[in-house]
Design a protein around this ligand. Sequence first.
Ligand code: ATP
Length: 241
Amino acid sequence: AATASLLDVTDVRVGYGDLVAVWEVSLQLRAGSITALVGRNGAGKTTLINGLCGLLPMRAGTVVLDGEDITGMPAWTRVSRGLTVVQEGKRVFRELTVRDNLVLGLRGGGVKRAERERELERLYERFPILGERRRQRAADLSGGQQQMLAIATALATRPRVLLVDEPSSGLAPVFVDLVFEALSGLRDEGLAILLVEQLVDDVLGGIAEDVVVLDRGRVVLHDRAANLSVENVATSIYSSL
Ligand code: ATP
C-alpha cells in the first residue's frame, strides 16, 4: 500500500561514550513522502541520522527497511539494501571530478559497469549543472553545486530511503530552492526521505508531509505537516527551555 511505512524505526538509542544523545526514538518513513526532522542545536538530529545509516553504533532499538531488519548491518550493507545518507556539510571528494564522485556512488549501490554510462546520463539529466561540469574537480564547484553533487552521489546508489542532514545549511536561498526542488522530485518518484531542516517555514510551507521534532534526544512531536502551524512546531522545539 502507498501509505505503508518503508522504514520502521523503533526505540533507537544512540550515544557517545557515557553520553546518550538519542533516547528510544521511534518513527516511520513512508514511500513517496518527506519527513522533516527538526530541533534545536544539540537536540540529537545528526546523531539519530548517523545511527540510522550505520555510521554510529546503536545501543538499542531496531531499524526495519521494507520488512528486513537492518539493525546490525554496517553502513555499506545498508546502502546496498537501499538506505543512503547525505551527511551534513556537503561531503564530496573534493579532489575527484564530478563524474568520479558519481561513479563512487554507483559502485556503492552495486550498479554494474555495463550500466554505468546510462546511469550517469540519467543523473546529468536530472542535475544539468553536474553534466556541464562533469570533468571538473568537485572542489571547483560552488557550495550549492557541491550540495547537489552530494545528493546526486547518494542518488547514484539507487536508494529507496534517503537520509539528508541539513542540506540547506550555508547555501544562498536560490540554492536552497534548487535542493528542495530536487528532493521533492525524488519524493514524487517514491523515495522515503528524512530531512534535517532548520527552516521551519519551508518545512511547513510544502516541502514535508510529516514533521518530527526532537528535543534533548527524544521525539516530542510527530504529526502530518498539514495538522501543524509554525507556532505548534516552534513551541515544541523549545519545549524544554
Ligand atoms: P546541530 O543542529 O547543532 O547539528 P543536532 O540536533 O544535530 O545539532 P547532535 O549533533 O546530534 O545534535 O548532538 C546531540 C548531542 O550529542 C549534543 O549534546 C552533542 O554535544 C553531542 N555530540 C555530538 N557529536 C558528538 C561527538 N562526536 N562526541 C561526543 N558528543 C557528541
